[in-house]
Design a protein around this ligand. Sequence first.
Ligand SMILES: C[S@@+](CC[C@H](N)C(=O)[O-])C[C@H]1O[C@@H](n2cnc3c(N)ncnc32)[C@H](O)[C@@H]1O
Length: 328
Amino acid sequence: MQGVDMKRRDESGGGATSGPLHLPVLVAEVLDLLRAPAGRVLSGWLVDATVGLGGHAEAILREFPGLRILGQDQDPEALALAAQRLQGAGDRVVLRRGRFSQLPDTLDELGIERPVAMLLDLGASSLQFDDAARGFSLQADGPLDMRMDPTRERTAADVVNTWDESDLADLFYYEGDERESRRIARAIVESRARAPFRRTLALAELVERTLRRGPRGASPGRIHPATRVFQALRRAVNEEGEELLAALGCAEERLAEGGRLLAISFHSGEDRCVKRYLAEGAREGRWDLLTRKPVRAGRDEVRANRRARSASLRAAARTRGEAAGGAA
Ligand SMILES: C[S@@+](CC[C@H](N)C(=O)[O-])C[C@H]1O[C@@H](n2cnc3c(N)ncnc32)[C@H](O)[C@@H]1O
């Protein structure tokens, strides 16, 4: 299959620069977990619920000639690029726009009863992070948006400008692991009383100034001081916690017996959620764990792709046990 050459756009909106728009992570490990034990023949439908730019899907189609893929994503821009990349696969690929919570309806609509595998490559893609106009970026100024699905009503600006101080503080603490959540929430509420936040850099700079004045300072070095606040806002705007639970529930209800769920997380809370869900399911006889510890990227992959440094892959196989929702 011939993939299209998808290059990163330069920030000025001009032509392509070198480097792909999004590098899929842990591809060899995903293929190994689908294949194990070595030589297993896979046929039927695999659901790639985060098809993104189609990197994982392309590798899976090449490796398993008996598989067809339903590729879903909530981002129409990503789907258009996936369609280009996967066009050589013909009717082995069906692409649909939608969220995890809409996946059961999509499976019904397509008459896919029992997929043999499901892949979740969670969070946002480099396509989304690197385009300042999407509003995820701490480095380049853009509207404070952060919607992966542009038809969602609520943007990051809505959250920042309308939530109560205590709700903002809880959001930064629980969804971003930000220890200075209360001070940052207070600074936001004081600042927005003078003028609402509209742009990413205005918020990033306020967080940085607030942390620099605090007892711990703005930890210099590895990550931008506003990274955790931005992560929390992104999770709220896209309802990532609720959506992940919907995806896990759909995998449990719909996967065939022996069908495999593979989930890649980039955030400790997300990984904890997958881990707990599968551990509880394993205790109650619904899942066999295929990974006791999360699979992490090797040094070479991290060197080639910085996003891979925080990726954690967990996998499990569905047993005969009745789904927690009662519909196995
Ligand atoms: C890390 S990227 C996936 C990249 C993909 N595996 C590839 O190889 O190109 C995550 C994708 O999942 C999508 N996504 C995140 N949450 C989603 C949800 N709840 N429903 C549907 N798509 C979602 C994002 O829009 C993004 O395109």
